[in-house]
Design a protein around this ligand. Structure first.
Ligand SMILES: NC(=O)c1ccc[n+]([C@@H]2O[C@H](COP(=O)([O-])OP(=O)(O)OC[C@H]3O[C@@H](n4cnc5c(N)ncnc54)[C@H](OP(=O)(O)O)[C@@H]3O)[C@@H](O)[C@H]2O)c1
Length: 344
């Protein structure tokens, strides 16, 4: 089978990082399935991994990739709820940039035959992350004022759609006028171009001292600290990424800078003001509670079939153009999902 191997870290030239290789088809363990993939999705964590900034990335050379869409090729002997030939979307714990990928059976869910491959890839990591953040980490109520950082991205789009479905008032940040237009189309009430407007001052002016009910932060550092300062009494911040670390030049300096930016928090004001801070790492959840991944996958598929989730595929690439797909996601121009196909 073909697999695209991450051979060396490279920040600004993905072409130098990946090599297409022939590898043996992997065998599923007792609780696993092996999927013959039509394609796979990119996630921002892939960009961070290629840049050498992703803590959980296995040692090189390795095949990264968090999700595949395709037909089940083989099931492990203890797998009961899936069978060969079914079309599935699956979360992979790396190994996704390959024509055949193995994963825990609970990390795969059946999808309709006619579901678009790109849309299906969006449902895996990005939509389940959003669903977990907005259903498990917090509970959204009608009328909640909610800030979503990087709102035009993959996870961001899913969070916007879910928050609007729940009747929330949404503030969404993005880095270009094209993305702001997209956010308006998605129903974001207050799109904020952070390149021209300080989101903290903007929300302060809108909300006075009342603040926000929920903040979804994937930027980290000082942006997250501003999010904490914007929380209303009873408000919660969900922290699930550190995109602001991407592309940083000086390794240790940047890491220390990011860490300093977060700030240090005492639990006392959190108790006094009923505030909360929740961290999310879907990989660790997949390791410890794969049933929660199955639960999220089934729900995002259902919500998509009901028309509540409408994944947007902002970039479609062939496996031969993986470098271009990576640089597109890194460029901050992508909207929604970036998907890669194995079709020749
Ligand atoms: N914890 C988890 O389990 C988990 C799971 C999935 C994703 N995530 C995190 O969620 C975030 C979104 O992931 P995604 O796959 O959906 O990606 P994405 O949002 O589609 O793409 C990343 C976006 O982040 C914004 N950004 C902000 N600072 C950036 C920087 N320094 N360099 C590049 N982009 C920057 C850019 O949008 P603007 O320029 O418009 O702001 C960019 O388009 C990432 O931080 C990712 O690591 C976490």
């Amino acid at each position: 089978m073909r697999a695209i191997v991450l051979k060396r870290f490279n920040t600004n030239d993905a072409k130098k990082a990946f090599v297409l290789e022939e590898r043996p088809i992997p065998e599923p363990q007792a609780h696993e399935v092996c999927i013959h993939a039509e394609g796979f999705g990119l996630n921002f964590a892939d960009v961070m991994a290629r840049q050498g900034l992703y803590q959980d990335c296995p040692d090189l050379p390795t095949v990264i990739g968090y999700e595949v869409v395709g037909k089940i090729h083989k099931v492990g002997k203890d797998v009961k709820h899936l069978k060969e030939g079914q079309r599935v979307v699956a979360l992979t714990r790396f190994g996704g940039y390959a024509e055949y990928a193995v994963t825990q059976a609970e990390a795969a869910a059946v999808i309709p035959e006619d579901m678009d491959m790109g849309i299906a890839t969006a449902l895996a990591t990005q939509y389940i992350t959003a669903y977990h953040c907005a259903e498990d980490s917090v509970r959204l109520h009608p009328g909640d004022h909610v800030l979503i950082q990087a709102a035009a991205g993959g996870v961001g789009t899913a969070l916007v759609q879910y928050a609007k479905h729940k009747g929330c008032i949404v503030y969404g940040t993005a880095g270009s006028e094209k993305k702001l237009e997209y956010l308006r189309e998605q129903g974001v009430d207050f799109p904020i171009n952070y390149r021209t407007t300080d989101f903290y001052q903007y929300i302060k002016e809108k909300r006075g001292n009342v603040g926000l009910d929920v903040v979804f932060d994937c930027l980290g550092g000082s942006e997250m600290k501003k999010g904490v300062k914007l929380l209303a009494t009873g408000g919660k911040i969900v922290f699930y990424g550190a995109a602001s670390r991407s592309g940083a030049k000086w390794g240790l300096f940047s890491t220390l800078n990011l860490a300093a930016g977060f700030g240090v928090y005492s639990p006392i004001p959190f108790v006094q003001n009923s505030k909360g801070m929740v961290g999310v790492n879907m990989l660790r959840i997949a390791d410890r509670r794969p049933d929660k991944i199955q639960y999220c996958l089934k729900n995002v598929i259902r919500l998509t079939q009901e028309g509540i989730f409408k994944p947007v595929v902002g970039g479609r690439f062939s496996y031969k153009e993986l470098d271009k797909a990576h640089m597109f996601l890194q460029s901050r121009q992508s909207i929604g999902k970036v998907a890669v196909s194995w079709a020749d």
